[in-house]
Design a protein around this ligand. Sequence first.
Ligand SMILES: Nc1ncnc2c1ncn2[C@@H]1O[C@H](COP(=O)(O)OP(=O)(O)OP(=O)(O)O)[C@@H](O)[C@H]1O
Ligand SMILES: [Mg+2]
Ligand SMILES: [Zn+2]
Length: 355
Amino acid sequence: MCSRFCVAGSVRGEETTGMDTKQLEALMVSEPALEPLVLPLTQMILLPSTEKLLEIAKGGDGYHGRRLQAGRQRDALQRERPEGCWCLGVGGKETRSLATGVEVFDTYCPCPDGQKLQGEHKGLRSKAKYEKEAADIWACWQKAEIPALYQGFRLSEHPIGKTDKALVARLQSPPSGLADNDAEWERLVTPWMGSWYFWGPVGIGKTGLAVSYAREYVIFYGGDFSILYRSVPDLLTELRSTYGRHEGESEADVLAKYRKVELLILDELGVESDSGSGWLQDRLYQVIGGRHADNMPTIFTSNLSIAQLSKKLGERIAWRVVEMCGQEHIIEVKGPNLRDKGPAKPKAKDVRGSL
Ligand SMILES: Nc1ncnc2c1ncn2[C@@H]1O[C@H](COP(=O)(O)OP(=O)(O)OP(=O)(O)O)[C@@H](O)[C@H]1O
Ligand SMILES: [Mg+2]
Ligand SMILES: [Zn+2]
């Protein structure tokens, strides 16, 4: 007995056609036209009666006839598909939508079409991930309160790259993808992370360096953390503004904000006119000492060397800064005054004008 036929006859046929295997077999013999239809029939059709079978064999255009046609087309398609393909060229099954609205499959066919599609969809999935990351980074950057002038600064475009390439290279985020174990991470990432102290004369590019480094930092961590920029004079103004006020942030709230933010850029440390005052030193100590105690990365810029800072703000603060940054991260920035391009260059005025 034909095995394909047995499947149809004994399991499906008997239940649905009312014919047993023998009768179906006899029908095949008496109606040879039915023979090529056996496979599609077994796959898809509930056979209501012998009459119906005969109608199908003649190629009727009723319900069964149409399904038979569809079955034939599908079988023809299947015959042309490569070995092992079950997708009929679609690529896979069980679609679902990515956040971007693009549909991808859950299961891919092993045929070349399925494999090609899987490659493309993998790209889309990682693109969706990348887009989310980019949005996170952008949101993180927007909340950092970086002055508009500096927001777009990039390390790769920092003018100091012309005079101190090595410094720019040190500040560039390491290729963390290569660090697949702790030792590698230690070697590649640790020297780059942590707190920094950039000091040097006016206009040399310190704030630009601090912001550009922070940008590398945000991109490196994928934006999933908090960052805040503040110049020390603005920080002090903010603290003073909380006095005698009954609404909004209290002094304690403001101090807590600077202690807790995951990356703080503290610009222009030591420029305050009344740096000798106990009040100012106390508040600065609360922020810097707090961050030191919690080991929170902080980027300082200053016109002062550590020795000068120590004289101006006291040893307590200066030594916290040294301990946070370590000698390796205390950087004397050298080079020309970037704002003073000299009178000989015709464009100097325009450049200054745009600042
Ligand atoms: N990443 C950068 N990309 C392009 N230009 C930059 C970058 N960083 C700095 N500059 C240029 O250098 C100028 C001076 O830089 P910056 O303001 O950082 O100096 P500074 O040392 O912080 O000065 P100050 O001591 O007055 O605060 C900027 O106004 C800008 O024109
Ligand atoms: Mg500056
Ligand atoms: Zn396939």
